[in-house]
Design a protein around this ligand. Structure first.
Ligand code: NDP
Length: 373
């Protein structure tokens, strides 16, 4: 641990009134034993930035189940939502901001963590402003649209001595953790082929997800990123080259600005190959790994669950959990403990994926095989 990190850890713990570490509890949000230590004397206060579907339907309900953090504030451009959320979640007016007043959050001791849940193009600005306000930061996926933006977000967090987590909820999800183990520990021998695909039929064609300037692209940026991340986490390797193809547009009027369906293939240093599809026209959601001595799969593999898995030896049995509560508690427990977050849930991981998303687009646009090393 470097000096600035440990110094900042002391500052952060003293700010939140936890300089004497009294962290984990007997059970987690799902009633399962996690540790024999006493409960935290204070949950971290989270402010959600952007009260859209994910905040409203997933994160706020999950924050009612978490034990290391709580919903303490909101940042919204819609006054009616501010009123509704204050009533529903008993949030004091002093903890409600809009996008102009947001920077004043720096003076709010109730807020320890800012969670950016805005359209993709807005992630960099709000992550950087949150870091400059001295808050720990969580940012939704994709971290940003370009690798350069990711770097500037990481730089701002490093400069402010705060940590940056990305909304990689699956990294805390038991079925996903099990397939990561099966793949990386080569339980069925080395992986030869991976199929990882994620797509759905998109509704409202006027939403920001259909605007390249706000989304960075189409389904690849939105859900294809799960397939990119999965090919990396089951193999435990970084791809060395990529080829990609756009499908012909079957609904050209709807998909004027972003791709409709996209296919790509990664090759990995071990010789493993992955093949993926992402789409805004049709549901597809699975992760399959063919190994030298067997296979394993998750389907569904990337949604909010329950996930389901099998191997060539039988079903994968794991507890069904709330992904968002697991993710929030996993990140906030480390923050409370003053620990460095695991690399695979931080901005460094977000940047790796964004780099690959950009490379996939380049490969599809040029028809060339793009080298990644
Ligand atoms: P929504 O469109 O439902 O919500 C986005 C919110 O951002 C809006 O409601 C609004 O909140 C705020 N906003 C501010 N400026 C704008 C603008 N110009 N246009 C549109 N919205 C604006 O999006 P989601 O909640 O579905 O997605 C938000 C982020 O979360 C995305 O990055 C997405 O990729 C990610 N996500 C992650 C998921 C996961 O499983 N990890 C699942 C779903 C989304 P307000 O009115 O309060 O200002």
């Amino acid at each position: 641990m470097n000096n600035s990190f440990s110094q900042n850890r002391r500052q952060f713990l003293s700010t939140i009134g936890a300089s004497t570490l009294t962290i984990p509890t007997l059970t987690d949000a799902f009633g399962r034993a996690v540790s024999a230590q006493p409960a935290p004397d204070r949950k971290l206060g989270i402010a959600l930035v952007g009260l859209g579907n994910y905040s409203k339907n997933q994160l706020a309900p999950a924050l009612q189940q978490t034990q290391y953090c709580r919903l303490a504030g909101v940042v919204t451009g819609t006054p009616a939502k501010a009123d509704e959320w204050m009533k529903k979640y008993d949030i004091p007016k002093a903890n409600v901001y809009d996008y102009k007043t947001f920077d004043r959050i720096a003076n709010n001791k109730d807020i320890d963590v800012v969670y950016v849940v805005l359209p993709n193009s807005m992630h960099p600005e709000y992550v950087i402003r949150a870091a400059q306000a001295g808050k720990q930061v969580i940012c939704e996926k994709p971290m940003a649209i370009t690798e350069k933006e990711c770097q500037s977000m990481m730089d701002a967090c490093n400069k402010a001595n705060v940590q940056l987590a990305i909304g990689y909820r699956l990294h805390y999800e038991p079925f996903t953790k099990e397939v990561i183990r099966l793949g990386q520990e080569k339980v069925f021998g080395p992986i030869k082929f991976v199929e990882a695909s994620d797509g759905f039929r998109i509704g409202d064609p006027t939403q920001w997800r259909m605007k390249k300037v706000m989304a960075g692209g189409g389904p690849l940026m939105d859900v294809g990123i799960y397939a990119v991340n999965a090919a990396r986490y089951v193999t435990g390797e970084e791809p060395i080259s990529v080829t990609a193809q756009f499908s012909p547009k079957t609904e050209p009027e709807k998909f004027k600005d972003v791709e409709e369906t996209l296919f790509w293939q990664f090759t990995f240093p071990s010789g493993a190959v992955s093949n993926s599809t992402t789409s805004y026209t049709t549901g597809i959601e699975r992760l399959y790994a063919a190994c030298e001595k067997g296979w394993f799969e998750l389907s569904p593999a990337f949604g909010y669950g329950p996930l389901k898995g099998r191997t060539s030896k039988g079903p994968i049995e794991q507890p069904i959990v709330n992904h968002q509560a697991m993710h929030l508690d996993g990140v906030c427990k480390d923050l409370l403990d003053g620990k460095k977050l695991p690399d695979h849930v931080t901005g460094a991981e977000g940047k790796r994926d964004v780099r690959l998303l950009q490379a996939i687009y380049r490969a599809a646009e040029t028809g060339n095989k793009i080298k990644l090393v």
